[in-house]
Design a protein around this ligand. Structure first.
Ligand code: TMP
Length: 208
């Protein structure tokens, strides 16, 4: 296997946590320093991934079974890892990914109730064992997060009941607690600049 010299950073969080904004801020900051960096998101960032994303987010709720959902997210992930992430890491780039395999553990595992061992197997197959060096979890109380999103049309996940999102949130916190070296948990209610500052502190320490 080719050596990977890059840095793989992922962002995770429930609905309305503001993680996409923070991925963009970090991306721009690294770009300004003329560092080689790419910003991608899951599901998506490949032609196949974008098609699957439309299906997963905007398909009819009862048309996709939880198991099919797990495999579709991982189909998108397999394509993204092979086509984009691995080549970028091999070329020494910093890869910022908005959601990755932890999303599947939190949403399909804790949210939908699928077997965690089966999810870990599916994730490992799709990623070839690739793990982020660093993951930021933006944590927000469920109702606050959903309220931030309520101004536009809601997708299949946003339509889920509050209890589903509560399971996702608690799942994320447990996953983060089980891997404290990889995860930084940030209160997503903090000021946006403050959150960006916390993220930058961690990223710049590793870049040094
Ligand atoms: P987003 O593009 O707004 O982050 O929406 C993606 C949605 O898909 C979000 O509700 C979380 C969900 N999702 C899963 O359920 N499992 C996964 O593995 C991933 C990547 C996302």
């Amino acid at each position: 296997m080719k050596e990977k010299n890059g840095l793989f950073i992922t962002f995770e969080g429930g609905e309305g946590s503001g993680k996409s904004l923070q991925t963009r801020k970090l991306y721009r900051r690294l770009q300004k320093l003329s560092l080689p960096v790419i910003l991608i998101h899951e599901p998506g960032s490949t032609a196949l991934g974008e098609k699957l994303s439309r299906l997963l987010k905007w398909g009819h709720s009862n048309e996709i079974s939880p198991l099919a959902e797990l495999l579709l997210f991982n189909a998108a992930r397999a394509q993204l890892v092979q086509q984009v992430i691995n080549p970028a890491l091999s070329a020494g780039k910093i890869v910022i990914c908005d959601r990755f395999a932890d999303s599947t553990l939190a949403y399909q595992g804790c949210g939908r109730g699928l077997d965690m061992a089966a999810i870990k197997n599916a994730n490992a197959t799709a990623t070839g064992g690739l793990q982020p060096e660093m993951t930021f979890l933006l944590d927000i109380p469920v109702k606050e997060g959903l309220a931030r999103k309520s101004t536009r049309e809601t997708n299949r996940f946003e339509k889920e009941e509050v209890a589903f999102h509560e399971r996702v949130r608690q799942g994320y916190l447990q996953i983060a607690a089980s891997e404290p070296r990889r995860f930084t948990v940030i209160d997503a209610r903090l000021d946006k600049k403050r959150i960006a500052g916390i993220i930058w502190q961690r990223v710049s320490s590793i870049l040094e």
